[in-house]
Design a protein around this ligand. Structure first.
Ligand SMILES: Nc1nc2c(ncn2[C@@H]2O[C@H](COP(=O)(O)OP(=O)(O)O)[C@@H](O)[C@H]2O)c(=O)[nH]1
Ligand SMILES: [Mg+2]
Ligand SMILES: [Zn+2]
Length: 299
């Protein structure tokens, strides 16, 4: 079948040099990149052809330009989460206590990539939820939607809150371990385990599945997708210049227009609009601390 017309597909899993590509009709084929190139990521739109007569394997001809790419960049390596996302949901819980640094980093990476974000605060049935909610005040103040759920004890309420937010979209789900990611996936994705099992068998990646990005369809028409990925910890942001950092933090950005110097670092310059807002209590101390920390890391 060499020379056949290439067909469009969606990358739903990657494992080494193998990728699993799904056609618009829903059939999946294991494909490889031509040559040595291997920079495909879940969510990529590709064109591919069958390479064998049995029609079991394919090769990628081309990759469409990405609408966006969510990734983190640590000192040594870059880790891509997924491409062509409609939104990021950061899942947090009343307990374990979440790291505001990790939350802020994920939101900054999404903002940098041009991806909208929401926060879901789970385990609202636990008394620690009030403290968690209080720590999220700076985020609601910057117009980030915070949805509260109790996925374990109020399943139907949680489902009806989440469904309209996810409907028709491709959503990346990130969150620390223990916050309820698996609970959310099982609540929203029918046959989640079967979907994972099918991918593992296709890519013979059984023992690596816990460390890889997973694509879940939430509906049989395959219009709503949820992507689960490890790697919320150690969220490096080296793709961002220190001088651009405040531009990706809406609460700071809003006040940077009043800075005396157009290239103000908001660290020590006179006439800084951001520091003035901090002193007036219009920027939270924790957000300013995170900015200082990140700025030192990125400069
Ligand atoms: N109290 C309470 N526990 C929950 C809720 N949602 C999930 N859990 C529990 O939290 C634990 C971790 O959930 P899990 O989905 O495995 O988290 P993951 O590590 O993010 O995948 C499990 O024991 C869940 O049963 C909730 O709304 N309330
Ligand atoms: Mg889990
Ligand atoms: Zn400034």
């Amino acid at each position: 079948m060499r020379g056949a017309v290439s067909q469009p597909g969606l990358v739903v899993a990657c494992y080494g040099r193998q990728v699993l590509v799904e056609t618009p009709a829903g059939t999946r084929t294991v494909c490889r990149m031509r040559g040595k190139k291997n920079d495909l990521i879940v969510g990529d739109h590709v064109h591919w052809v069958f390479t064998d007569h049995t029609g079991t394997e394919g090769v990628i001809d081309s990759v469409d330009v990405r609408r966006n790419l969510l990734y983190r960049q640590d000192e040594r390596k870059t880790k891509s989460f997924a491409a062509n996302l409609d939104q990021l949901i950061v899942l947090l819980a009343a307990t374990p206590v979440f790291s505001e640094g990790q939350l802020a980093r994920a939101l900054i990476a999404a903002e940098h990539a041009g991806i909208a974000s929401r926060i879901v605060l789970n385990k609202a049935d636990l008394p620690q939820v009030d403290a968690a909610r209080a720590r999220l005040v700076p985020y609601t103040a910057m117009n980030i939607d915070v949805i509260t759920t109790s996925m374990k004890v109020a399943r139907e309420t949680a489902r009806s809150k989440l469904a309209p937010l996810l409907d028709g979209k491709t959503t990346m789900l990130l969150g620390p371990s223990g916050c309820g990611k698996s609970t959310l996936i099982n609540l929203m994705a029918p046959g989640a385990d079967a979907q994972v099992g099918e991918v593992s068998r296709a890519l013979s990646s059984g023992r690596h599945t816990t460390t890889s990005t997973r694509w879940y369809w939430l509906d049989t028409r395959r219009t709503t997708a949820l992507i689960d990925s490890p790697g919320f910890q150690e969220f490096g942001l080296r793709q961002i210049k220190a001088s651009d950092l405040s531009g990706h933090m809406p609460d700071l950005r809003q006040h940077s227009r009043r800075c005396k110097f157009y290239n103000c670092s908001h660290r020590h310059e006179p006439g800084c609009g951001v520091r003035a807002a901090l002193h007036r209590g219009e920027i939270s101390a924790s957000r300013m601390r995170l900015y200082d920390e990140l700025w030192e890391e990125l400069r």
